[in-house]
Design a protein around this ligand. Structure first.
Ligand code: PDD
Length: 290
């Protein structure tokens, strides 16, 4: 496996970073996960735009132009095996003596990109759906930044794994008498289907603006699927006809059990089947057009 580290393409075994890297010491960095289909990065513009948003959010200069990122990404795809890959791209504030404050003058950031095989969900999972649990969203108030400091997400997702489930749906406590509401999954975005309508929470500072989320809403618009973007009360996820999970690596999956109870009929619903099929068509069309 060949990785990219600070300007060099190297076998992963030869890639080394300092123990003083601020990513290692403070989790001071941001990342992206980009799916690659037929050796082409999917929705690269959207991922690079979100990367810029994350870098702005942590006040770190972007080390590369979009043209330079595109060259690095395409070179890494070419140097790795497999038609379908996923890229993990990671930038930290670099190596400096341990001090919470930013290094002054700034030091060179650490830039790391690796490729892994993309294993989209197998047919069995598409047919059965997955189970989820709910838990209180105890993360910070800048969940729109794709920060490498993922300890809350790690602990929340492990709760699902310990319960034999695939994902934890996060519920943010309301403030000032406001009802509790659903934000997203520990590592995915969540959609609700009720009475034939697709409901999505608004992209704000309490959730990661998913690239797959955008694609799903675009597909809903172009195919005349009724949809609405609005805050979703926690109670609505327990009364949903269908629940869907989206991410770059899972694409779209049906959640068929929540906290041990069936969601709707307990089987993947009609809107899931439709959106999943449309997502596959969309992918194929975009890749063919490139
Ligand atoms: N995570 N919300 C969170 C908290 C996520 O970690 C992710 C994806 C998403 C979905 O975003 P997108 O559709 O752009 O992948 C939403 C990636 C896959 C990860 O950390 O591995």
């Amino acid at each position: 496996m060949t990785i990219y580290l600070n300007g060099q393409y190297l076998p992963i075994e030869e890639a080394k970073i300092s123990v003083l890297d601020r990513g290692f010491i403070f989790g001071d960095g941001v990342y992206e996960v980009i799916p690659v289909y037929s050796r082409k990065a999917f929705r690269l513009d959207g991922h690079l735009q979100r990367l810029q948003h994350s870098l702005d959010g942590i006040k770190l200069d972007n080390p590369h132009s979009n043209a330079a990122w595109t060259r690095i990404i395409n070179e890494l795809i070419a140097r790795n095996a497999g038609e379908d890959q996923y890229l993990y791209l990671h930038i930290t504030r670099g190596v400096a003596k341990r001090d919470h404050a930013f290094p002054n003058p700034p030091v060179a950031p650490t830039v790391f990109v690796m490729s892994n095989p993309l294993l989209t969900p197998p047919a069995e999972l598409l047919h059965s759906g997955v189970c989820a649990i709910s838990a209180q969203d105890n993360r910070w108030l800048r969940c729109d930044i794709k920060a490498i400091a993922l300890l809350p997400n790690v602990l929340l997702r492990q709760m699902a794994v310990d319960a034999g489930c695939a994902e934890t749906i996060l519920i943010r406590a309301g403030t000032g008498g406001e009802e509790a509401f659903m934000t997203e999954g520990a590592a995915s975005n969540i959609f609700v289907v009720k009475n034939g309508k697709l409901l999505a929470p608004p992209k704000d500072h309490l959730m990661l603006p998913g690239i797959t989320y955008d694609v799903i809403l675009e597909i809903a618009s172009t195919n005349g699927i009724p949809h609405e973007v609005r805050r979703i009360a926690a109670a609505e996820i327990f009364a949903a006809d269908e629940l869907l999970l989206t991410s770059s690596t899972k694409e779209v999956l049906a959640i068929t059990t929540l906290d041990g109870k069936p969601v709707g009929t307990g089987k993947p619903g009609q809107l899931f089947s439709k959106l999943h099929a449309l997502y596959q068509d969309f992918k194929r069309d975009v890749m063919r057009a490139k």
